[in-house]
Each structure stands twice: as C-alpha cells, then as structure tokens.
Write a protein that binds this ligand. Structure first.
Ligand code: COA
Length: 254
C-alpha cells in the first residue's frame, strides 16, 4: 500500500500506468481514491495516474480540514514529496476546488487542470448539514440520491454511499464546511493553465452552469458536458469522461 508522508501524515495513494503526463487526482467531500477507479483503470495506457486519499479519508492517516486552502497546501506537498514533477491536476467536486486553489497558489506544480463536477464557488444546501449532523447515514444517502443521474445503477450508488459511510462524520462535515466557504469566482480568470471542465448534464450538486462558468473564465478552457450523468460523472460515464481526458492530454498538454 503506497504511502507518502506529508506534514508528518501518511497519505495513501493508488498509482497506475506510465506516460508523458502524470495525472494527479483528488476526490470530493467525504470521498476517497475509489472515486477515480475508472480513470485509474482506463487511462493507465497513456499516463501515469495517481489518486490520493486526503488526510482523514480512505486509508490515509490524520484529520480532515474545514478549509480548502489546507487541503491545497497538503496536495502541493504531496506532489513535491512524491516527486511527481509537473502534474495535470484533476479534482472532483471539493477536489476541483482544491485543484483550482493549487493552480492559483502554486501554478509551477501544474501542467494543466481537469475539473470534474465542480465550480469556482461551492455553496452547500443547509439540508446536507442538518442531515449529516442528525443522522449521518441518512445524510450520506441523501447526498448519493442527489449525486447520481437517473441512468446510474444501484450498485454504483451503493458504492458511493459505502465510501462516504467509511469517512468519519466530523471529517465529512468539515469537508462540506470547506466547500461552503470556497469562492474563487473573482480569481479563477487568473489561472493560466490548459483546463478541461467536465460536468454531467443532470448534475444537481454542481450544475452545468458551474462548469460553463469555469470554461468561460479560465482562458482557453475546454468544456465537456456529459449526457445521462449526474455529479459522479466520472463513475457514471467513464468511457466518455476518459475519452475527453485522453483528448485533452494529447492535444492541450505540451
Ligand atoms: N459557478 C457559477 N455560478 C454560480 C456558482 C458557480 N460555482 N455558484 C453559485 N453561482 C450562482 C448561482 O447560480 C446563483 O445565480 P442566480 O442568482 O442567477 O440564480 C448565484 O451565483 C448565487 O448562488 P449561491 O451562491 O449558490 O447562493 P444561493 O443562495 O442562490 O443558493 C444553495 C445556495 C446552497 C441553495 C445553492 O448553492 C445550491 O443549490 N448548491 C448546490 C447543492 C449543493 O449543496 N452542492 C454541494 C456542493 S459541494
């Protein structure tokens, strides 16, 4: 089980593949590396693909944070400590907020951005906080129910719920607090990196409007809206998402 120590905390990660580009992938609130399982499998023939568990998540040690900036600092530390070189930084949902923050604070670490089911501002429904605090399992089920499109299988939804149930409630609630406070809508235009924004057309947690905003504000950014997919678009329509990332790596990353 590969582990990289960052700021004294052992961070677990999964790694596949090899290629000219290194794709470093960050999961969303309450999640873990398994959010990227289809990209770890499906892109290994053309890139080095690394997905990490943030502190307090999955098999990583430590505690979570209530601030995207803390996670961004840790991801920057991970990229340096693991000797990944310049990475194409991919993030899902909260992970996308972290990726945008790394791109703004430490652009030299990044060759590009893949922003999946995310936005430059990530306000959270009060109902999510109420349920996570009063009945964690019900809160996880509520998020999963909102998070998948109508075409998603029950197995896929169950997998996401199980992943979130495996995260400590205080860590997941802290993640959603971090999302709620996140807002780089005024700054995201300063990102000077090739970027690809991907969003499911039926995403209710970070609707297509958020990805359209990213694509409009980040100079030269591409937009991929995916039919029959919700917030977990990379799990729901992996072939389409992987084809989009593949094309981006081949044509936009030098
Ligand atoms: N990109 C582009 N536009 C955005 C945006 C983003 N990332 N975030 C917000 N906006 C827009 C909204 O669409 C809205 O536009 P409008 O006035 O034309 O309708 C405006 O900015 C203000 O929206 P918001 O900051 O979200 O506040 P709100 O009080 O209107 O709504 C919520 C608050 C929580 C109801 C709403 O943000 C929401 O439904 N969020 C999605 C559900 C959720 O909990 N997601 C979890 C994300 S981790």
């Amino acid at each position: 089980m590969p582990v990289q120590v960052v700021e004294g905390v052992g961070l677990h990660y999964l790694e596949t593949g090899r290629g000219a580009a290194t794709l470093c992938l960050i999961h969303g609130a309450g999640g873990n590396t398994l959010a990227w399982i289809r990209q770890l499998e499906g892109l290994a023939d053309m890139a080095r693909v690394v997905a990490l568990d943030l502190p307090g998540h999955g098999e990583s040690a430590g505690d979570g944070s209530r601030q995207i900036e803390d996670y961004a600092r840790i991801v920057s530390g991970f990229i340096r400590a693991a000797g990944l070189g310049k990475v194409v930084l991919g993030g899902h949902s909260m992970g996308g907020g972290i990726a945008q923050t790394v791109a703004l604070e430490n652009p030299a670490l990044c060759a590009g951005l893949v922003l999946v089911g995310t936005g430059a501002r990530l306000r959270v429904l009060p109902r999510i906080f109420e349920l996570l605090a009063s009945d964690y399992a019900e809160g996880c089920a509520f998020i999963t129910a909102l998070g998948f499109g109508a075409a998603a299988s029950q197995a896929l939804k169950d997998g996401a719920t199980v992943a979130m149930l495996g995260t400590r409630p205080d860590v997941a609630i802290g993640d959603f607090m971090a999302c709620d406070a996140f807002d780089v809508m005024d700054r995201v235009g300063a990102i000077c990196l090739p970027a690809l924004a991907i969003c499911g057309e039926d995403d209710q947690l970070t609707p297509p409007k958020y990805a359209e905003f990213l694509a409009a504000k980040i100079p030269g950014a591409r937009l991929l809206l995916v039919e029959q997919a919700g917030h977990f678009v990379q799990l729901e329509q992996p072939e389409i998402v992987n084809a989009g990332i593949r094309d981006f790596l081949e044509h936009s990353i030098g």
